[in-house]
Each structure stands twice: as C-alpha cells, then as structure tokens.
Design a protein around this ligand. Structure first.
Ligand code: AMP
Ligand code: MG
Length: 408
C-alpha cells in the first residue's frame, strides 16, 4: 500500500495544464482566471451619497441637534444618474438620493431621517462630520488595484466585480472535458426497462460521476457502459481520449480476474496501478495516455465517490487552473464513538454534521460499507480517521466537507 499523499502528489505532478481562453462574463462562472485582473477604472467612479438625505457643508451643522436644528436653504434635487448642475454654498443643502454624485461644495450627507423639510428649507437635527455618508471615488476599487489573482474560481460576486470595472470578457482556463465510462458485464443502465436479469445490477457510478464532474466545473461526456472486454475498453478509451482531456472509469481495477481497465491502460499508455493506504477506495489505476490522464476508480459506488474526491477532483481542478484544489476541512466533535481497527490505512468515514452549541458535531451515516451508496448519499463530509483505534464521542475529529462551495 502506498500513502495517499504520495499518490496524490504524483498525480498532481503528472496532469497537464489546460490552455487559456477568453470568455464573456455570462459563460465564465466556475472557471478559473488565467491571469491576474487589474482595474483601470474606479469603483465608484465618483464620490456619491451612501444615503437618501441632504448634501451639505458639515460646518453648517456645528452644534445642531434635534432641539436646535440648523436651518439650510435647499438649492436643488439630485437623483442617482444625474450630473449636478449646482454647487452647495454656505447655508445651503441639496436633496440627494443614494448613489447620486455629491455636488461640489458639499462635504457631508445627512440622512433624511435626521431632517425635516418645509418648502425650500430643511431643518437638520444632527451634527455632521466631514465625509459622513459619502462613498469616495475609488473607495471600492482604484485604478491599478489587482481585483483578482490568477487561479481564482469565478463565482457570482467575482463576475460582478469584473462588470463593475468594465470588463465584459475574462481570460480563464478552459474547463476540462472529461469522459465517464462504467465497466462491468453486470451493469445495466438505469433506463433499461423491465426487471433485472439474475446477476445484473444498475450502473450507479456513471450518473453520479457525471454530476460530480459538473460540480467540479468540468464538461462531462457520457461514454456509457463497457462490458468486461479488453478490446472494447481499449477502443472506447482511445476514441474518447481523442476528444476528452481526461477519462474517468469505474470498476475493473481490483485484483479480480476480470479487471480489464488496468490491461487497457497498460496497452494504451503508462499505467500505474496502486493500492492506496485508505479505506474505502484502496484500488486505483492511474494512467496517462498521450498526455491525458485516465483515472481508473474502483467499482463499489462509495469507493468511486471517495476516490473521485481524493484524486480525480483535485487533479481536474488543477488542470483547469484553480488555486483551490482541495475541499475545505473543519474541526468537528465526534457526536458518538467512531471505532476502527488499526490496518495501516487512513479511513474516510462518511458523516453528517450538525451544529450543537455552536460547534459542528460529526456522526457516521448508517452503513460504512463501500457498496452502500444510499447511506453515503446523506453525508456532508468524510471524517478523516488516521490509522489507529478511531475516536471516542466528544473527541475532536477532522472532517473534509464534500458539498462546501470551495469552487462553486
Ligand atoms: P469491480 O471493481 O469491477 O470488481 O467492482 C466492484 C464492485 O462494484 C462489484 O460488486 C461491482 O458489481 C460493483 N460495481 C462496479 N461498477 C459499478 C457501477 N457502475 N455501479 C454500481 N456498482 C458497480
Ligand atoms: Mg467489475
């Protein structure tokens, strides 16, 4: 058995970088920036009001209070979007809306709630300080500011920031196009009609892996099911690798007699067949065919999921230029005992997280068997149990979050 970190480091070293492309903002979400982005415009472009109220000279309100308000003459009205055609002189005020340009002469805004208007006068019942409720030009972003680093996974707010500085396209790394192939003579598509023949099971991994890829920002390609037939698997993989950046297979990588994925990879490119010191998901075949990685994940659905999370996802995110390749982890409290036996492996037990008195508490989902996907389906994360006897109720336990928005 090889340690997880050794194999993962090797995989991350072996996968290629995908090229950079330009994308309009509407097609950039979930992709990673290929270059840093620097602003050439100010946000906001001009000093503007943070409140609905009155723009005035702070000195005119000195000593003003509710019982003895300052009385100012209102010399204009400024809605957002209009350039001021007035200035504010001593003893004067301009009615101003949130986002409107602060007119020359004014150095403060008093919110409407602290005023009382009558005719062309306003009574200001508060003392204003210079700069009150004024958002300065460039206060959010100034020209020359670096607003995004290379490798930023673009989310909705990043797209908003790009729009705010007048960028309608962004240089990103292309999404990885990834094929998904299920292997096994026993597999039947979910859509196959009728009762399953004896010995046959439904293919759970392919729909699950396709969705995991989508959530990792990849373009997924459904390569269907291949039976346990070396020639067929070789042909399917080599055809897929003509148009895909990577392929994920499941099944056919353990030590059984009918494990043809390893044989196919061996013929097509380099094959590394590993026994990883983890549970579940011990077997992993990793190969590179003409520079394109193939992840041969184990067939048991929970193992497939865990192996995807630990190996394929970080590698695919790295290929597409994301700085954040790994899932976030939290320190949780074990809500009940999580015993395990010492076997030289790190265990990734599937757990739910519940917040009790402000701290996350981890509880194993029902079954931890690698074939029982229905229990794992409710998991929020994997409790990382290093080799040993496990943890007791109340002990700290590290949890890798598998639904957190690390990337999307
Ligand atoms: P294998 O790694 O091919 O020996 O498969 C290990 C176990 O996972 C066997 O019980 C398979 O029937 C099962 N299995 C393999 N592929 C799938 C799949 N796509 N969906 C559900 N179960 C699978
Ligand atoms: Mg099989």
């Amino acid at each position: 058995m090889i340690p997880l970190e050794t194999i993962r480091a090797h995989i991350l070293d072996a996968v290629p970088d995908l090229p950079a492309v330009e994308r309009p903002l509407g097609e950039a979400a979930g992709l990673a920036t290929a270059v840093p982005v620097t602003a050439d415009e100010s946000v906001p472009p001009f000093a503007n009001s943070a409140m609905d109220g009155y723009a005035l000279r702070a000195s005119d309100t000195e000593g003003a209070s509710e019982s003895s308000p300052a009385v100012l003459r209102v010399v204009g009205d400024l809605p957002a979007g209009r350039a001021p055609d007035m200035t504010v002189g001593p003893g004067e005020a301009v009615r101003i809306m949130t986002g409107a340009v602060v007119p020359d002469g004014a150095d403060a805004v008093v919110m409407v709630e602290a005023t009382e208007s009558s005719g062309d006068e306003v009574r200001v019942g508060a003392t204003a300080g210079v700069g009150d409720h004024i958002r300065s030009a460039g206060g959010d972003v100034a020209p020359g500011d670096r607003v995004l680093e290379t490798g930023t996974t673009l989310g909705p707010a990043h797209i908003g920031v790009l729009a705010s500085i007048g960028h309608s396209v962004v240089r990103v790394r292309r999404a990885a196009r990834v094929g998904v192939l299920s292997t096994g003579d026993e597999l039947e598509d979910a859509a196959s009609p009728g009762v399953l023949e004896p010995g046959r099971i439904r293919d759970a991994n392919r729909p699950m892996l396709l969705e995991l890829l989508t959530r990792a920002g990849c373009d997924s390609v459904d390569l269907g099911i291949a039976g346990d037939d070396e020639e067929l698997i070789v042909a399917t993989l080599s055809e897929a690798l003509e148009s895909c950046d990577a392929v994920i297979t499941s099944g056919g990588v353990s030590v059984g007699d009918y494990d043809y994925v390893k044989a196919a990879l061996d013929r097509l490119g380099t094959l590394e067949w590993n026994q990883v010191a983890i549970k579940p998901a011990k077997p992993l075949a990793f190969g590179v065919v003409d520079g394109r990685p193939v992840f041969g994940l184990p067939g048991n659905p929970v193992s497939s999921l865990v192996s995807f999370e630990l190996f394929a996802r970080p590698a695919l995110l790295q290929m597409a230029g994301h700085t954040r390749r790994f899932r976030p982890e939290v320190d949780a409290v074990a809500a009940s005992d999580m015993p395990r036996r010492s076997d030289g492996k790190i265990h990734f037990d599937r757990v739910t997280l519940t917040t009790i008195e402000g701290s996350p508490h981890a509880e194993r989902v029902g079954s931890q068997a690698s074939n029982v996907l229905s229990a794992t389906a409710s998991a929020d994360g994997f409790a990382v149990l290093p080799d040993g006897e496990g943890v007791r109720s109340g002990d700290p336990v590290r949890v890798m979050l598998i639904h957190a928005a690390a990337n999307h």
